[in-house]
Design a binder for this molecule. Structure first.
Ligand code: CFM
Ligand code: HCA
Length: 533
């Protein structure tokens, strides 16, 4: 790994090389107190990053999957168009059929709006959306030019909300440049969801064992499979943030008794704020991987501590696992010891390692586009993360216990008993702890390094997103998109795991890749010299 690391850095100018070196870690799988890897910092200009923008993280990721909020983008049309259904977040349209996800709402900002200001046009667009659909809620998202010209989207939204009376209108200052990546957009979205949505409806919903599932976005129908399992277990999911969700789910989420956090990166802020304000504790879960699914269900059951639930969960696991085991027995002889690299977002590189472990495949290198130090090395590093100007730029809400609605979900005695039994709240150990020693963990991988890494380590499979897809395939290596699932999925839960095993089997054992010649195979003399083929 040390040689691979230096080969990756070799061609950079010294200053760039020094910066990148801090973002490449040869894993020691330790639980350090101070982060070893640098993350969540600006991409060096000139480098072709895998990252997206803050607007993408706010509008596309967190708010996009909610069906009955009109998501209105204030900006040039391209920003809205690119975020239109590309993430493959699915919805079932619910009993009322109120679903705006298939629309692309935008103010279609023009040069004259940039010169004379776009507030009037925004107010008009909000009015038009209201007149056409009478939605419960309209969310406004700022793209880059809005911040640059200083349109006050919050005041416009507030005025429209007052004017309508029956429609909650609020805005997100999530200009693309606000942070160093999508991650800043998550934080901005979390803040506004907490401020304007959570706690709006105090009505107590029917059902037992009430949880919220945080950080699950129903990509490729993952959420449908998780819901199927919850139903079978008798667990009531009050709200999902935000896969297949509705406005009302957010509004009543504070009535749940546990927050189960799946994607830690995108939603940990809401989890912490809900704990402080309403007394709902949170635990980390993961429904990617059959074993991880079983473990997460047991974790939820243990929290409630009722025999009825614990027994049902065991029964469900016993019913679901034989199908998983039969698929693995058939497939693993063909996937065992194959190698894989994963560079995805801020949590999937870790979550999907579970599925590759089940296939007995080796994850030889992995990393996030925009994970923070705690996503790599565990939440114990949190106090020692150095805040820079970019992270300080994102608002931190000051939250206090709600005067009337704060209610501890467990007594001190119950909490002590759970603690004694080794039950961990608010814990996430990060990716590094699960990766083998000596593997390469790389933050914010770029186009150049991706190709170089493949050339040097020749994995059997490479996982990332659309921007990497074809350049990797041209190197003769199969590529699996772990964002959009290449139009596949679901991969979550038990049935999703089997679906994933079958697809990976087909990918890594297909003969077609053998007919492709990578540049270094065609011209071995050019190997390592990075030519102009
Ligand atoms: Fe969380 Fe996500 Fe991800 Fe993410 Fe994303 Fe996504 Fe992702 Mo693409 S919320 S961090 S900002 S798990 S959109 S559903 S696939 S980069 S790894
Ligand atoms: C985003 C969304 C994205 C992009 C995926 C990709 C997604 O970050 O704006 O690059 O293939 O999952 O759709 O992460």
């Amino acid at each position: 790994p040390a040689e691979v690391k230096s080969a990756l850095l070799e061609k950079y100018p010294p200053k760039v090389g020094r910066k990148r070196a801090k973002q490449i870690m040869i894993n020691e799988a330790l639980q350090n107190e101070t982060p070893e890897l640098t993350a969540n910092v600006r991409t060096i200009p000139g480098i072709i990053t895998m990252r997206g923008c803050t607007y993408a993280g706010c509008k596309g990721v967190i708010m996009g999957p909610t069906r009955d909020i009109v998501n209105l983008v204030h900006g040039p049309i391209g920003c809205s168009f690119y975020a239109w259904l590309t993430r493959r977040n699915q919805t079932d349209a619910g009993p009322t059929g109120e679903n705006y996800m298939n629309y692309c709402f935008s103010t279609d900002m023009q040069e004259q709006d940039i010169i004379f200001g776009g507030e009037k046009k925004l107010a008009q667009a909000i009015q038009e959306a209201y007149d056409l659909f009478h939605p419960k809620s309209i969310a406004v998202f700022a793209t880059c030019p809005v911040g640059l010209i200083g349109d006050d989207i919050h005041t416009v939204s507030k005025n429209m909300k007052e004017k309508f009376g029956d429609c909650n209108v609020y805005a997100f200052s999530c200009e693309g440049y606000k942070g160093v990546s999508q991650s800043a957009g998550h934080h901005i979205a979390n803040n506004q969801v907490f401020r304007h949505l959570v706690g709006q409806n105090d009505e107590v919903k029917p059902g037992k064992y009430k949880i919220n599932l945080l950080g699950e976005y129903n990509i490729g129908g993952d959420g449908f499979e998780i819901d199927r399992i919850f139903k079978k277990c008798g667990i009531t999911c009050i709200s999902t943030f935000s896969g297949n969700s509705t406005y009302d789910q957010f509004a009543s989420s504070h009535t749940a008794d546990l927050n189960a956090v799946m994607c830690h990166r995108s939603i940990n802020y809401v989890a912490d704020m809900m704990e402080t304000k309403y007394g709902i504790p949170w635990v980390k879960v993961n429904f990617i991987g059959a074993k991880a699914t079983a473990k997460s269900l047991r974790k939820i059951a243990e929290y409630f501590g009722e025999k009825e639930l614990i027994d049902t969960v065991e029964k469900v696991i016993a019913e679901e696992m034989p199908g998983v085991e039969a698929a693995l027995a058939e497939i693993t002889p063909r996937t065992e010891n194959k190698t894989v690299m994963m560079f995805v977002g801020g949590s999937r590189a870790h979550h999907y390692k579970e599925l590759f472990d089940e296939l007995k495949m080796k994850t030889i290198s992995a990393g996030y586009e925009f994970g923070h130090e705690d996503d790599y090395e565990g939440r114990q590093v949190l106090p020692n993360i150095k805040l820079d100007a970019d992270s300080r730029n994102i608002e931190e809400l000051e939250v206090e216990p709600d005067e009337t609605r704060f209610k501890p979900r467990k007594s001190d005695k119950e909490m002590k008993a759970l603690d004694k039994a080794g039950y961990k709240f608010k814990q996430y150990d990060g990716l590094a702890a699960d990766m083998d020693k000596g593997t390469l963990i790389i933050d914010d991988l770029n186009q150049y390094e991706a190709e170089k890494l493949v050339e040097l380590m020749k994995p059997d499979l490479f996982c990332a997103g659309i921007k990497e897809k074809y350049s990797i395939q041209k190197l003769g290596v199969p590529m699996k998109q772990l964002h959009s699932y290449d139009s596949g999925g679901p991969y979550a839960g038990f049935l999703g795991a089997v679906n994933f095993y079958q697809e990976i089997d087909r990918l890594v054992n297909s003969k077609v890749w053998g007919y492709m010649k990578a540049p270094w195979q065609k011209n071995p003399q050019l190997s390592g010299s990075f030519a102009w083929e």
